[in-house]
Structures are given as structure tokens and as C-alpha cells.
Write a protein that binds this ligand. Structure first.
Ligand SMILES: [Mn+2]
Length: 318
């Protein structure tokens, strides 16, 4: 962890935290954990959201510190972006982020563009939660049960419940220390991983119906339109995890989910199993991510973008 960053955070009176758009468990968990710890240290702290916190993470401690940005809000000493690979992932909060005299970018995406004044990017960390854990240790801030629950959410979701290849012994060492605070991981895991809604299941059913296999069944593709979302009553956040269905199929190396955002834009989620670097593919389209999980937003119709992705991925698979 960068000493300058630790020093500046220690000295700051007010800090705002910015998780990425379509915030996942790592973005929400690490943001709330850092917010709670800084608040315990007597600092003024706020988490600026792009959207409402996904339903599944609303039980987490610290959600009362999160809200939407208002142009009337006081400018903080430091704005910290967490788990955010590039400015685009700040969504509509880009201008707000750069208002503070000091900006810090803490992340683990290999494609991070280092857009802040100070940047700490560790792509060997499985989650931003791991980095925030280390940061709290360097700041000598205590990790109570509430903070541990948030960090455990971050660490466990970005590793797919400690199953993905990004999981290291350090990941488990941190998880072990979090468990030692007395958090109930049975309850946490049930809320995070074994918890779905009927509409999400309907969307999953639709996605399986729409799933196509290409390139000798090494490539799985699903295209979800706004009409599909409306027909199933699903929300955007319900698409989280759908891309993993394709990857789980025996013999599939790459899975792609293309989701219509609106008439002009399509969100693309990419997953690979063992060797294709999907962060390169996402970066070529202005997005980013990790070797085995990445994403980008592409202009065009759903059908056009789907075909474009299939063509690019076919080449990668050869
Ligand atoms: Mn992450």
C-alpha cells in the first residue's frame, strides 16, 4: 500500500467514496467497510452511489452512509474511487469525483487507467476488499464485526465464494481474520449466494432458452433485450451472474452476455475458464476488467453487438 495514500487519508477530515456503476459485492462491500472504519475514526464520510444498492446487499451495515450526489453537497478533502477501472465506471459522478482537491483511485483491475491524482492498483489482489483490508491495517483502524461483514462480502463475491483462480492464500488469510471477529458466515453466505427472487429465476430461465453455442461449443453467448427484461419483470441487477451459466457448461472456454441498455448501447459481460484473456477483448472496446472476468459498453443494436463479440471471440479461441 502506498505510504502517501495512507498518510493523506489519515490526515483528512472529510472523505467521499465512489464505488463503480452497477456496483457489485466488491464495490459495495469495500466502500461500506472503508466508510464505517473512517467514521469510527471520527471522520466525515459519505459513499456516493450511482444507483440504489442492489437488494441483495441492502442488509449490510453502513448503508446509512450511502446516498446520491447532490451538487449542493460540501466538497470533501479527498474523493476515493473504489474498484473502478476507469472514469467511465464513475458514470454520471465523474465531475463530482474530480471536485475534491485530492483524488485517490484504489483498485485491482489490470486495465485500470490510473485516472486519479494518486493511484493504488494491485491486480494480484482478488478483490478491492483485500486492498481495503490492508489499507485499514496500515491506518491502524480496528475491524469490528460490521466492517468485517462488509469486507467478507467483498472478498467472497469477487472470488465466487473462494472458487475462482484469483483466490490466493492471502485471500484466505484475510478471510480467516475476518471470521475471527465473530461474523456469522453461514448467515452471510446464505444472504449473498443462496438468495434469489422469482423474477431473477424467470430471467435465468429466459437466458438458458436464449443461450447459443458457437465455435465447436467453446463459446457460449446470450443476448438479453429490454423486452426480455420487461417480459420477466427482471431488474438490471438481476442480470448479475447470468454470464456464469454459459461458462459452467463443460467444454465452454468463453461466455458472453450482451444486454441491451437502450436503443444505442449494449452492455457486454465476458467470462473465460482457463486461458482466454477477456480483459484484452473488453479493453479493445473501451472497457476493462480481469483476465477471467471483464466488461464493456458498446454502441450498436443488440444483434450487431452480439455478432461483433462472437466474431472477436472466435478469433481469440483459435
Ligand atoms: Mn472487484
Amino acid at each position: 500500500m502506498d505510504r502517501e495514500i495512507v498518510k493523506l487519508i489519515a490526515q483528512a477530515g472529510g472523505i467521499a467514496i465512489f464505488p463503480h456503476v452497477s456496483a457489485d459485492g466488491d464495490a459495495i462491500g469495500s466502500s461500506l467497510a472503508l466508510a464505517l472504519a473512517l467514521k469510527n475514526a471520527g471522520k466525515k464520510v459519505i459513499v456516493y452511489l450511482e444507483e440504489n444498492i442492489p437488494t441483495v446487499y441492502r442488509f449490510l451495515p453502513g448503508t446509512e452512509l450511502a446516498c446520491f450526489y447532490d451538487t449542493q453537497d460540501e466538497v470533501m478533502d479527498i474523493n476515493i474511487a473504489l474498484d473502478t477501472g476507469d472514469v467511465g465506471r464513475l458514470g454520471t459522478r465523474g465531475d463530482a469525483f474530480f471536485e475534491a482537491p485530492c483524488t485517490i483511485n484504489i483498485d485491482h483491475h489490470v486495465t485500470n487507467t490510473k485516472f486519479a491524482l494518486l493511484n493504488f492498483v494491485d491486480d494480484m489482489s482478488a478483490s478491492t476488499g483485500e486492498i481495503v483490508y490492508t489499507l485499514l491495517k496500515k491506518l491502524k483502524l480496528g475491524i469490528d464485526r460490521d466492517i468485517a461483514a462488509c469486507l467478507y462480502t467483498a472478498v467472497s463475491t469477487d472470488t465466487g465464494g473462494f472458487k475462482y483462480s484469483n483466490t490466493t492464500s492471502e485471500t484466505h488469510r484475510i478471510a480467516s481474520e475476518l471470521l475471527a471477529t465473530g461474523i456469522d458466515i453461514g448467515e452471510l453466505s446464505q444472504r449473498i449466494f443462496d438468495n434469489t427472487t422469482y423474477t431473477k429465476l424467470k430471467l435465468t430461465q429466459k437466458a438458458i432458452e436464449l443461450l447459443e453455442l458457437h465455435e465447436n461449443a467453446k463459446l457460449a453467448a446470450v443476448a438479453i433485450s429490454q423486452a426480455d427484461l420487461q417480459a420477466t419483470g427482471a431488474k438490471d441487477e438481476d442480470c448479475d451472474g447470468i454470464v456464469n451459466i454459459g461458462r459452467s457448461i463443460e467444454g465452454v472456454e468463453v461466455s458472453v452476455l450482451v444486454k441491451e441498455k437502450n436503443a444505442e448501447e449494449v452492455r457486454v459481460n465476458l467470462r473465460s475458464k482457463t486461458h482466454v484473456d477477456v480483459s484484452e477483448v473488453a479493453a479493445a472496446f473501451g472497457g476493462g476488467g480481469h483476465k477471467r472476468a471483464a466488461g464493456c459498453t458498446v454502441k450498436g443494436s443488440l444483434q450487431e453487438v452480439k455478432e461483433q463479440m462472437i466474431n472477436v471471440l472466435k478469433e481469440k479461441l483459435q
